[in-house]
Design a protein around this ligand. Structure first.
Ligand code: COA
Length: 331
């Protein structure tokens, strides 16, 4: 196992909270159906992606005279990254690599990572690029960052997970539109030989489970994805145990991709683990794709759950099908 450490975390979410009751005004659904099937109570939707029926409503508490805050995938990524740098006490010139995980960028080119480099004034000449591994994107990006940091002389990296996926959702399809939300999370990562890290990645191409054609909307076979998730996550956790020599009992928190509370509960029961071991914030944000794990980590830090010596397993899973696991230690 090689050594890297997360030294700062940040998140950025659109202002607009869209409740399940709001969703029931645009499709034939109900708060009760969404809550019992998914655990989701509300999600954030970027202003530009709001369906017509939910536009022109005031955001409670928002200053009407203030200039509009940008809520594109790039803007959210840059805001999360800026906050992560601030949290780490890291200055832009220290960054030697930027990787952004996304499947819903605003531009095919430049990458979100290059746009963040420009917006934040990060050093010119450093590598910056995006990875697309859907909801496993942040796990992939962290693992690639680690490999590059070990192979090249890079001491500090910025790793971002950002998706404004509601731009790719059909708001007349009740089977998908109630599940997703927008957001971004970012981590400042430093090489640290005293801090163990492990990353496990895998994929098995299967377009029929979940796809987003260029110029089209998300198509999903919900049951197929559910079955995949509850099968692959225990397997990844077992691989992480083998790779790290740490049992689930040695791990303080397990952070699963925040897709659906029923998926998390199914896995928790199968492994007979206590509820407190699984951090959850999907009730507030729905599935934010590549942002879900870094936003969860940011909120765990805000809640004092990432103290010195804290050990974490993260597992991402989603379209591809692709999956991945991380072992993280905090100091
Ligand atoms: N509100 C009300 N009814 C809905 C609905 C909604 N938002 N979405 C679907 N339904 C209906 C279906 O039309 C179907 O009706 P029918 O029986 O009359 O045809 C019924 O509910 C049951 O649909 P089904 O798809 O069998 O429900 P389910 O119990 O499998 O739950 C999911 C659907 C999507 C919640 C579930 O399959 C799931 O969580 N899958 C994983 C999805 C996921 O996490 N994807 C991203 C992974 S990264």
């Amino acid at each position: 196992m090689s050594g890297i450490r997360i030294t700062g975390l940040g998140k950025a979410l659109p202002d607009r909270i869209v409740t399940n009751d709001d969703m029931s005004r645009i499709v034939d659904t109900s708060d009760e159906w969404i809550r019992t099937r998914t655990g989701i109570r509300e999600r954030r939707i970027a202003r530009g992606n709001l369906p017509e029926a939910l536009k022109n409503e005031q955001v409670p508490g928002a200053a009407q005279s203030a200039p509009e805050r940008a809520e594109t995938c790039t803007a959210l990524a840059a805001e999360a990254a800026r906050r992560a740098l601030q949290d780490a006490g890291t200055k832009p010139p220290e960054i030697g690599l930027v990787i952004a995980a996304t499947m819903s960028p605003d531009f095919f080119s430049p990458s979100v990572a290059c746009s963040v480099q420009e917006l934040l004034g990060l050093p010119s000449g450093i590598p910056a690029f995006d990875v697309n591994a859907a909801c496993s994107g942040f796990v992939y990006a962290m693992t690639v960052a680690n490999a590059m940091m070990q192979q090249m002389s890079i001491g500090c990296a910025l790793v971002i997970g950002a998706d404004a996926v509601t731009s790719l959702i059909d708001f007349t399809d009740r089977g998908t539109c109630v599940l997703f939300g927008d957001g971004a999370g970012a981590a400042v990562v430093r090489k640290d030989e005293g801090c163990s890290f492990a990353g496990i990645l895998g994929a098995e191409g299967k377009r029929s489970a979940l796809s987003i054609p260029v110029g089209g909307h998300m198509l999903m076979d919900g049951r197929d994805v559910f079955r995949f998730a509850v099968t692959v996550v225990p397997r990844v956790l077992e691989e992480l145990e083998k790779e790290t020599g740490r049992s689930l009992g040695d791990i303080d928190q397990i952070v699963l991709h925040q897709a659906n509370d029923r998926i998390i509960e199914h896995i928790r029961r199968k492994l007979a683990l206590p509820e407190e071991k699984f951090f959850r914030n999907l009730q507030h944000y729905g599935n934010t794709c590549a942002a879900s794990i870094p936003v969860a980590l940011t909120e765990m830090k805000e809640q004092g759950l990432l103290g010195p010596g804290t050990r974490i397993f993260c597992v991402g899973f989603g379209a591809g099908l692709a999956w991945g696991g991380l072992y993280l230690e905090f100091q």
